[in-house]
Design a protein around this ligand. Structure first.
Ligand code: WT7
Length: 573
């Protein structure tokens, strides 16, 4: 990496004027004064995000511009308040109360957002699930969380194994319903109509649970990362200083609420700041995205490296077809942002793309490039005020600049996860070095305090910014009748960051073939999720294993990259 390249200030706005000074003087306590609970002592993050504005001069301001191929709608803060209130009442009528898990398995539509906010308003714990999940992925998450209610569509319901989920009592269907509804099934629109737009908010403690996001580790089933209402402090302030949100901004975060970026920065940060939020349904498509930027006059745009790389692939000419002149601030998260992409963005959009770093577990942005700061392309930036980041060795000693080690954060911070659902051992692993959160990423710091990402220290795969646990894919693979054993790794890919590659040994009686590869790919795609299916499959007679029988993914990775395999003392013959 070139540490000397710098891109100077080009962004207008700048809520934060001077990074060093802000970092020195910042205190999280000062942020609390923004919220109404500073005076009342009563907390609810959905109230602060929506109702607080609906009860102010912003009541008729557009909170949400929604569109997809078939719909085009807009909602003011007051309308958002009433819609989410209605949904809160729908849940209350079903007997759902504080602490109950309410899951939402839906495409990005206004109903998803009403449900999300309404559930939080009554103190329920929300679990948003990405619409691309197939049955096995849905089952794992609903089973582990013991969700009592699910909001979904009649189409997606086909992937919900209702009979295997004894805790699941209520299913609320959004969309055209054919025939009679059985017991425990409800029509979203009918219930909403019948419900009152007035709601008594459930006031909770700052530390009360609010949200579960499932994410992957290198072993075991997906982990339910639990966040609390207190996270709003971080969502608000990072929205101010990293997203640089201002009163007249039109903000678009392209992430789905099934992933943490789509909640922390697709819901909370913009609305806690009272800013107009754009949601575009449907899939990625360069023309569609540029049209969305133009149509709404988006000023602040938060997306991901894979998307920027695909836009780069779509070329410069197409950009010229659209008027993107209102765009003032662009951000990226989820995977390494190549310096080349930053340079391209500067040339084609006339703006810098601001990389920032965080994780599902951290709940909010921890390291970032701020508008008021020089950018070094390839660096994730510098710690957010109030956040102390460091590079540690295995024993927890802080390492000097340019030495690679564990990227670690001093505990606690407002949006830090508070638990892994029903798995204390997993939670404790992150905090094994006293006083620190260990991210699982390796990085180094330069002499100016900028952090540079190096890679994951575990086997977790990052494909198009989506985190995939190899174990989950391997488990699905071995369910296929032809597969004896499977080992899954991330293989470097110029557009997606990594793709999923599976090494497979076949059962007796099966022969390697291209058709079989296709069949196995489809099997994972249909069973788990498209983004988790192996785009590349290699058949091997034998896979490298430890004496205790664990497949050695690091050996597979070394094979793939043509690198030395390292210490093989634990490998079986
Ligand atoms: C992992 C977390 C929270 C954002 C969405 C992803 C990788 C995240 C960067 C970045 C290089 C990054 C890390 C991290 N990652 N941001 N700016 N540069 N890598 O959340 O699914 O929890 O994944 O994504 O490896 O640990 P996630």
């Amino acid at each position: 990496m070139d540490h000397s390249e710098r891109i100077k200030v080009m962004t207008t706005g700048n809520n934060m004027k001077d990074y060093e000074e802000t970092y020195r003087n910042f205190d999280w306590k000062d942020v609390e004064k923004v919220f109404s609970w500073y005076e009342t002592g009563k907390v609810n993050a959905a109230y602060e995000a929506i109702d607080r504005h609906a009860e102010s001069d912003r009541r008729d301001k557009i909170a949400l511009y929604y569109s997809d191929a078939n719909r085009e709608e807009q909602y003011t803060f007051l309308e958002m308040k009433e819609k989410s209130n209605r949904f809160g009442n729908v849940l209350r009528k079903l007997g759902i109360k504080k602490g109950d898990r309410v899951f939402i398995f839906m495409p990005r539509t206004p109903e998803l957002y009403f449900s999300f906010l309404g559930a939080i308003k009554i103190g329920a714990v929300v679990g948003p699930l990405f619409e691309a999940f197939m049955e096995a992925a849905v089952r794992d998450r609903l089973e582990n969380s013991e969700a009592v209610a699910l909001v979904t569509t009649p189409q997606l319901l086909e992937r919900v194994p209702v009979k295997d989920l004894p805790a699941l009592k209520h299913i609320i269907l959004v969309g055209e319903i054919e025939g009679e509804l059985g017991e425990g099934y409800y029509d979203f629109h009918k219930e909403m109509e019948a419900a009152s737009p007035e709601l008594e908010i459930e006031w909770v403690d700052r530390e009360d649970p609010m949200l579960i996001h499932y994410t992957s580790g290198s072993t075991g089933k997906p982990k339910g990362v639990l966040h609390v209402h207190n996270a709003m402090i971080q969502h608000y302030q990072t929205g101010k200083w990293v997203l640089d949100l201002q009163e007249d901004d039109i903000y678009w975060c392209t992430a789905d609420p099934g992933w943490v970026t789509g909640t922390s920065y697709g819901i909370f940060a913009p609305w806690l700041n009272g800013v107009t939020n754009v949601i575009r349904g449907g899939r990625f498509n360069p023309d569609d995205w540029y049209r969305t930027l133009e149509k709404y006059g988006v000023t602040v745009w938060y997306s991901a490296p894979t998307a920027f790389r695909m836009l780069m692939g779509a070329g410069e000419e197409i950009v010229k077809k659209y008027d993107l002149s209102r765009l003032r601030h662009i951000l990226s998260v989820g995977e390494p942002l190549n310096p080349e992409v930053v340079r391209w963005g500067l040339k084609v959009y006339g703006r810098r793309i601001h990389d920032n770093w965080w994780m599902t577990e951290t709940g909010g942005i921890l390291i970032a490039n701020y508008p008021c700061m020089e950018i070094k392309p390839g660096s994730m930036g510098r710690p957010f005020p109030g956040i102390q980041a460091a590079i540690l060795d295995d024993q927890g000693n802080e390492l000097p600049p340019y030495q690679m080690g564990h990227l670690a954060i001093r505990t606690p911070w407002p949006s830090m996860m508070r638990a892994i659902w029903k798995n204390k051992a997993k939670y404790d692993e992150y905090f094994r070095i006293p006083g620190w959160y260990i991210s699982g990423d390796s990085a180094y710091m330069d002499e100016d305090g900028y952090f540079w990402f190096q890679g994951r220290l575990d086997d977790v795969i990052n494909t198009s910014g989506e985190r995939v646990g190899p174990f989950e894919v391997e488990s699905k693979l071995v369910e296929h009748p032809a597969v004896a054993e499977a080992g899954v790794i991330g293989k470097p890919d110029p557009v997606r960051g990594e793709i999923i590659k599976a090494f497979i040994s076949l059962r007796a009686g099966y022969e390697p073939s291209e058709e079989l590869k296709k069949e196995i790919y489809e099997f994972v795609k249909k069973g788990l999720a498209a983004h988790a299916a192996p785009r590349e499959i290699e058949f091997r007679d034998k896979l490298p294993k430890t004496r205790s029988g664990k497949i050695m993914r690091r050996v597979l990775k070394a094979w793939e990259l043509g690198l030395p395999t390292g210490d093989l003392s634990t490998m079986e013959d």
